[in-house]
Design a protein around this ligand. Sequence first.
Ligand code: GLN
Length: 478
Amino acid sequence: MDIHTLTIGAARKLIENREVTARAMAEAHYAQIESQDETIGSFLTLTKDRALKQAEHIDELATKGDPLPPLAGVPVGIKDVLMTRGERTTAGSRFLDKFVAPYDATAVQKLEAAGAVCLGKLNCDEFAMGSSNENSAFRPVRNPRDISRVPGGSSGGSAAAVAAGFSVATLGSDTGGSIRQPAAFCGVVGLLPTYGRVSRYGLIAFASSLDHVGPFARTVKDAATLLEVIAGRDPQDSTSADVPVGSYAAECGRDVKGLRVGIPKEYFGEGLDPEIREAIERRIDGLREAGCEIVNVTLPHTEYAIPVYYIVATAEASANLARFDGVRYTSRSPQVKTLADMYRRSRDEGFGAEVKRRILLGTYALSAGYYDAYYRKAQQVRTLLTRDFQNAFASVDAIVTPVTPTAAFKLGEKADDPVAMYLSDIYTVTANLVGVPGISIPCGNNHEGLPLGVQILGKHFDESTVLRLAHAMEQDQK
Ligand code: GLN
């Protein structure tokens, strides 16, 4: 068993055939974590008791010859923005350093109900705000493919854990690219489901009109399998959609002949690393050879996506983070004298610099004098971005773009320049503003051996076509 390349299907088969016990599978992954994660920094908390109890339960089923659930014994890790009952859940923030979740997020509960073994909680940028994982209050994560570089963010721990052989799959969250960008930087698959496809019950909110929960995996088929498990309407989340869940794994391997694939020129202009452009062009040629029709499309408002995103996301963050007041969720500054003092000191000590910056930007954009000029205007432009996609999807089934303008950058390279960091989200934020599904899959390496990614975006609730195309591209290793 090579734990670097193990897929869900292979792991489950080993357990079903009783070649490896679920317990031994979990222990092998913990051994890998123990030997390597001091360097990488992907886990904030290990949940060993919980994992081994679940593994033993799976082993009992296997011994009895009972039918096994779809993720039986598969080791998974959970981004630390998702609640895990009885376990520390920090969102990468000092504020929640001692917070123990009182319930399970629906996505976590569904994974475990499907037999997955939850190894622990994964490092991330504080409250999922960041593109490099350097905003974690605890420690940065290093990219397993080159430890001088960032793994991307904010779900850096989730991507790194899959790349480093710590976990077969993981869960992350994506508000403006936080699943797709780290997947691209670490050379793994990251899936952004349609807004409403996966319940966000138990996700610590960042920007509620943009937040999605989704999986990281080593193959497109594994990501499809995970989506099948976690998707669906949840009465606990009124924004989850009552739309039938597809047989996504079965889409992998279906012929892509006749599908119309759009290439938006705005995503291939200035600022895109030529090696990424060439790698994506080769994949597009592959789709053409497989019988897809390649069509030029235009998404004319793309240049406004970053400013719109950083107004809407910060405005919503400032509202969501108001709940961290020093009264609830365990963190209160000691020795405060007045109520105002308690708010001020608790927040000052609990939040890191990037989170404070966003709260300030967000409250400013929502303030009486500036609401119309910033927040309302941003929402209007968001509608134009949605129309861009509606127009494009009138003539194509999916859209292919880069995920990031460059491969993984060095730790510290952009840490002191928030605007440069924000600009690196140029190809990912629009999908969140519009609510469409997307996937990032590996697309070869650059001359330094760093992984590159390609993104496929689809129509609302059409993850099936996205996965079908992604699987076809994944098989094309030219
Ligand atoms: N990098 C973006 C930000 O900092 C996206 C983060 C995310 O998707 N959670 O807001």
